[in-house]
Design a protein around this ligand. Structure first.
Ligand code: SF4
Length: 214
């Protein structure tokens, strides 16, 4: 903020400086992330195969949200978008695996995923008010499952307004980001969690989000 309490106006092409990025890393930790890292946007791995995995085997949320495939932006579109950015904040939050193994409608499970959307939207809006007007975030899972779980359909797909416009975002995977490889590249552990996972064998699950900033 400037002294007269107005948001700083930065050059629209300015990339965040190290102290800006450190501020966002610290904020993500304050908001509940367990690991944070600045990564180069060029290192974000986009693959059509990731989106195909939403379709086969079919995810419960496939086609049910404006932010899920086939309605989400395509990897090719995101690849073009990312050319305009240089820096991103990647973060991971660890949650007990037993929470992710609960039913999709379970409140603890919803809260775990919602926390990733909260961190993404807070980082994005903080960067926005710092002058990085084009900060954009991607969360985890489907907003239909974690915000509109009690709605029959997505309001946007019915031609209406999003019911959670400030918080709902596409997930990293819905636009083709290969989260598993990106985690490995960051030097962080992540285990696949599915219905056959045994919580006693894999006690910790990982949820991941990212915000690209300029
Ligand atoms: S209305 Fe609900 S399901 Fe549709 S995009 Fe918004 S949060 Fe997601």
């Amino acid at each position: 903020m400037s002294k007269d309490n107005k948001p700083d106006t930065k050059n629209r092409d300015e990339i965040p400086a190290e102290d800006d990025l450190q501020k966002y890393l610290d904020l993500a930790l304050e908001l509940g992330a367990d690991q944070t890292k600045v990564i180069e946007v060029a290192d974000i791995l986009l693959e059509d195969a990731v989106v195909f995995k939403c379709q086969v085997p079919r995810c419960h949320s496939y086609g049910k949200s404006a932010h899920c495939p086939p309605h989400a932006p395509l990897p090719a579109d995101i690849r073009e978008l990312l050319k305009q950015y240089e820096k991103a904040i990647l973060f991971a939050r660890r949650v007990p695996t037993e929470v992710l193994l609960k039913d999709r409608t379970d409140s603890q499970r919803r809260a775990a995923f919602q926390s990733i959307y909260e961190i993404v939207s807070k980082l994005e809006s903080t960067a926005f008010y710092d002058g990085f007007h084009l900060a954009t975030g991607f969360a985890a899972g489907s907003c239909k499952s974690y915000f509109c779980w009690d709605q029959e359909t997505c309001a946007v797909l019915q031609g209406g307004d999003c019911l959670y416009p400030v918080k709902a975002r596409p997930s990293m995977e819905s636009v083709g980001m290969n989260v598993f490889t990106m985690m490995a590249d960051a030097g962080w552990d992540i285990s696949p969690i599915g219905s056959d996972t045994k919580a006693e064998e894999v006690p910790t699950a990982t949820l991941v989000g990212i915000v690209i900033i300029k």
